[in-house]
Design a protein around this ligand. Sequence first.
Ligand code: COA
Length: 206
Amino acid sequence: MTTMRLDDLRQYSDVLRTRNGEVVTVRFVEPRDAEALQNYFRSLTTRSRYNRFLGAASELPPSLLEDFIHIGEADRFSVIATVLVDGRETIVGEARYAFDSDTAAIEFGLSIDDRWQGHGIGKALLKNLECRAASFGATRLFGDTLRSNDAMIALARKSGYAFTATPGDWKLTRFQKQINVEPQEIPCASWRLAAVSPSAMSSLAV
Ligand SMILES: CC(C)(COP(=O)(O)OP(=O)(O)OC[C@H]1O[C@@H](n2cnc3c(N)ncnc32)[C@H](O)[C@@H]1OP(=O)(O)O)[C@@H](O)C(=O)NCCC(=O)NCCS
């Protein structure tokens, strides 16, 4: 397994739009983001954190924070969605995804800052994740959410996901989607990375 080089990655950020057209940048998490990322999770409402982590948590446990900032390890990746607020880069969302080469599937979870929910960022980030998944050669994307999480269920349904029972946990439901993304349809950083350096992507998947 090869960890992606951060100096290579900085150029690979994506620009998404909120429903109102505001610019949202999506980029890989870097070690320098650790404090801001932890502050982001602390600032989520208790309910949003519960929904994100499928249980009570006031912040990211240190070991998980370490995992978040070391992207590429064990084929797990973290991205943050940021906007400029008064000229300062501010985290408004995050997603973490893991590639399983045996099943050609990507599992993911995401969250959006409560103050930015309902602006279309979750929907745009989900599309971006589909492109990232396709760049690995993944054919399926899935996640698990609490059956009580109306917002995630609505987002997944409107984004074309189907629902099944989550194996082994009746409180959860699994949303999943077959993906068939053409590069030009949804440009994303990892697709460009794969295009310019096929060896970089293949080294990630071993
Ligand atoms: C679930 C979550 C990511 C949605 O992100 P978001 O940016 O608010 O969602 P969007 O604004 O992109 O909305 C996408 C669609 O879902 C629908 N939706 C969003 N929140 C909804 C809610 N509370 N109830 C019903 N529908 C909702 C919207 O109507 C929208 O549909 P439209 O495009 O047809 O209008 C966000 O609520 C969140 O971060 N929740 C806490 C963490 C969490 O639950 N993570 C999921 C764990 S896997």
